[in-house]
Design a protein around this ligand. Sequence first.
Ligand code: WTA
Length: 590
Amino acid sequence: MSSPATPPQNPPSTDVPPTIEWQRKPAGIDANLRDYDSVASTFDWKTVEREFDWSWTQKVNVVHEAVDRHAVSWRKNKIALYYTDDDRRDEKYTFQDLKILTSRFAHVLKRLGVKTGDRVGVFLPRTPELYIAILGINRVGAIPVPLFEAFMEQAIEDRLGNSEAVVCVTTPALKDRIPRAKLPALHRLILVGAAGESADHEVSYEQAMAQAPDWVEPAWLTIDDGLIIHYTSGSTGKSKGALHRQYAMVGHYQTSKWALDLREDDTLWCTADPGWVTGTSYGIYGPWTLGISSVVIGGRFDPDRWYQTIQRYQVTMWYSAPTAYRMLMSAGDALPRQYDLSSLRHICSVGEPLNPEALRWVRQITGIAPHETWWMTETGMQLICNYRSLDFPIGCTGKPFPGTSATVVDDQGKELPPGQLGNLVVKPGWPSMMKEIWNNPAKYQEYFRIPGWYVSGDTAYKDEHGYLWYQGRADDVIKTAGERVGPFEVESALVAHPAVAEAGVIGKPDEVRGQIIKAFIALRKGHQPSEQLKQEIATFVKNHLAAHAAPREIAFVDKVPKTRSGKIMRRVLRAWDLGEPVGDISTMEE
Ligand code: WTA
């Protein structure tokens, strides 16, 4: 294969590291998936379909499986959602409560003319209404389009515009970032927490919910109908909408059972925001199709509050990201000792590689090693994991989930022997695989450029025991604090600033955040480089795109290196950043 453009975050390995340290598991551990090898060799997804009512009724809707069927069972009064924020709210919702609230919200949507297949934007802070809205949208058979709370006007315009959302649920504080004039399909805003309805196109959530009935039958769909669209970033172009189908619930359910190891009496804390795929696959669909209690906290990251959350809710399963574990680690060892974290029985990690040092630290303070789960927005569900019952070498990404087949191939699709770096690919056909890239069939096809495989864009190698080891991206996609950012979106925002002539953006390795965004900028004539201008440009991106997409470092250059066809040579930028030789620049423009 061609050499990966991104320098691997762990040094590329041509062999299994000799000093490997194993995370051993006690024999006979009481895990949902007890014997990986024998299950992986015989498992058939058809057996999971039987866990869903639609397998015999043929009537499909995720809200029935995640909420309604529990509300008519002994789980009726079981807590589905515990919620608290910094100060004002402290709430609990049973499955019965969710049935009523998502029914009411479905009624509100129906009154506004929302139909099966319509897209509805959800632009809300992490509050119970965000969860109610997503499942209420599913109830009418429409397709939720979650929009991360930090997004600013350009990001919102791109996503609501591309999805042609007809309605968006938001708050008075966030609504000014929705450029309605540029979004002809969007005809109504539902405002959560508004004093009243101040304009014709606005509907008060509270008023409309108060007038709605407690029961609305779900729209009955097929397994191929839409479940959700998550926008995500690639190395080129604007963000793209990964459309998932209802059948994805089969994957959410089984991975929640075997990788998260969820059981009836568990309390799950998935710390991801539903603006990103982890927050819906494992903050909504997975745990609730299983009928599990889930904790959500609003507000900002704060180490004290995080430990307090585990203690207060007696969290048993904790699903978070390496940056969060590293931020807790940098807050010191004394803090966690002030809390009782003994309720924890399983921990998983996602979004970026978890470095062994952070793994060992979490293990030291909780007694439990975090287990890797590798997957992507496009894959919808976890595909490579470490399992509670299975020994694993520390630092590895894991083994393919039973019934799926991730592996490493060369550019022609030939499987590579152990120790050889190549493309991390998956055999298409797992349950939660995206159905399409919204409005962009050509982009969808790009994922299948190696015949017979879904191409992740990551590089990896397999070791002689069958464990996969993630080694970095093969393209220019940036992962900063676990959030996926496309360099093109940031570059587009940068060149909209009046002082910026050209901009090239890369991910720069960072100890805590995995990567930070670094921009190389050539200024327009008449503008002088200065610290103040750097600040101004970063704030500009923050205000137009999103805080997490703003460059943390800016370097002024005379010219941004480009190929003759005008493509930014990020490889050269990365070499500049590291002070390394730039290599072959024969394709650079004069
Ligand atoms: C990276 C997040 C190493 C990877 C669910 C992938 C990981 C991208 C891991 C998808 C992991 C995710 N170890 N890298 N356990 N999990 N990644 O779409 O590069 O936000 O391609 O999905 O994150 O990011 P996305």
